[in-house]
Design a protein around this ligand. Sequence first.
Ligand SMILES: [Ca+2]
Ligand SMILES: [Ca+2]
Length: 221
Amino acid sequence: MPVLLQAQLVNGGFETGTPAGWSISGQAGVRNASFGVTPTYGSWAGYLENTGNGTVLAGDMEIALHLPTGTVTNFVSGTPTRGSVMWQNVTVSAGQTLVFDWNFMSDELNESPIFNDFSFFSVVGATSGVTDSFLIASRNSSTFTLGGPAGFDGTTGWSTTTYTFTASDTFRVGFGVMNVTDGGHNSAMMLDGITVPEPGITSLIGMFAIALITRRAKVQT
Ligand SMILES: [Ca+2]
Ligand SMILES: [Ca+2]
């Protein structure tokens, strides 16, 4: 059996009740059900928001996440102002996946669409040259259920996103929430169940089957 690289992603479910293992630039932490949204696994979820004195500029986010200049300002039209990011480095083999649950919420839903607050995630390899970034949700592109936690107009509800690593490398996996046009009317993203599963059981079964076939062929000759 080959030795598999350990993914080493830690506290992806935030069940320490803290963001331990994650680096943060801006305002981020954890929330439990008392906040008004139930985590998808266990008692705690990660939480990032885009309003407040602790938030940071797009350029600060790009430096923290190892993203090219302009990445964070080009996700949507309009001018991003301030927000928050959290990240963690994880070592994986090509073909492994990153899986996470997210729930975006905004206090902009009854404001002008120019306040197109958004959330995103990024995956940047240390040596492979892989630099991927994706819009997750925004005030204008997402579907919301009105209501939600105090201070917000609505939530998208929980969704699961899967990303497949295309190289073996150590990747900086980052998540962010950004304010657009002004610095008011909070938007936030909760995260839970962030995992890099070990290579699938089906591929292990496949390897085992090939071993059996090889062995049988040897017996017959
Ligand atoms: Ca959790
Ligand atoms: Ca806002």
